[in-house]
Design a protein. Structure first.
Length: 197
């Protein structure tokens, strides 16, 4: 936290990339975390993000809370491609739902928050309900089939976690900032695969 504090003191303004892990509350279907919701992290990573958010905001900065980023390399989609290509992979969870941020949306929001008059917290994710990890893999497979790309494995092993997990950010404030709906989460997964990332 000392480094975050020093960066804020030495900078005119800081834009900080944070995470859904600042929230510890479990979500039910249809629920999403809002920017001003109480933050009670359930792990050290989330606690460190919370503390850094507070420091950045106390210096007039901007916090962008992100979810799994589509449009740039990420582990979830790398696992799906590895599975399609016949490689080893862990089973895809049927009840772990992850919101998706989409890199072009993130860049558009980032451009807006560069305005020194803008401060505060913005959730950067997609629109629509979050897909499960197994649904993300199925979307990837459907793109491969549609495009006629080589497929070595067209069925995935899945697994159900003992307790469901749901990660979802409410994005109304970010959508208002850019004046449009953010990319649908399933479309972001599809675009990620179509762009061969």
């Amino acid at each position: 936290m000392d480094l975050t504090r020093e960066v804020c003191k030495a900078s005119k303004r800081v834009i900080f990339a944070s995470s859904v892990y600042v929230f510890g509350k479990k979500l039910r279907e249809g629920e999403s975390w809002e920017e001003d919701e109480e933050r009670i992290p359930s792990n050290v990573y989330g606690k460190s993000k919370l503390l850094a958010e507070d420091i950045v905001l106390s210096h007039g900065g901007v916090v962008l809370r992100l979810e799994t980023m589509m449009g740039i390399k990420n582990k979830i989609m790398d696992r799906a491609k590895e599975a399609i290509n016949g490689g080893e992979y862990f089973p895809f969870w049927t009840n772990c739902f992850s919101g998706c941020s989409y890199f072009p949306d993130f860049l558009e929001i980032l451009e807006k928050v560069l305005d020194p008059c803008i401060s505060g917290v913005y959730n950067v994710s997609g629109s629509g309900d979050p897909p499960s990890r197994s649904e993300m893999a199925d979307i990837a497979l459907s793109v491969y089939k549609e495009k006629g790309w080589e497929i070595k494995n067209d069925t995935f092993e899945t697994e159900t976690l003992p307790e469901p997990k749901r990660f979802s950010l409410k994005v109304d404030k970010a959508e208002k900032l850019i004046g449009r709906k953010l990319t649908n989460r399933r479309e972001a997964v599809r675009n990620h695969i179509l762009n061969r990332i």
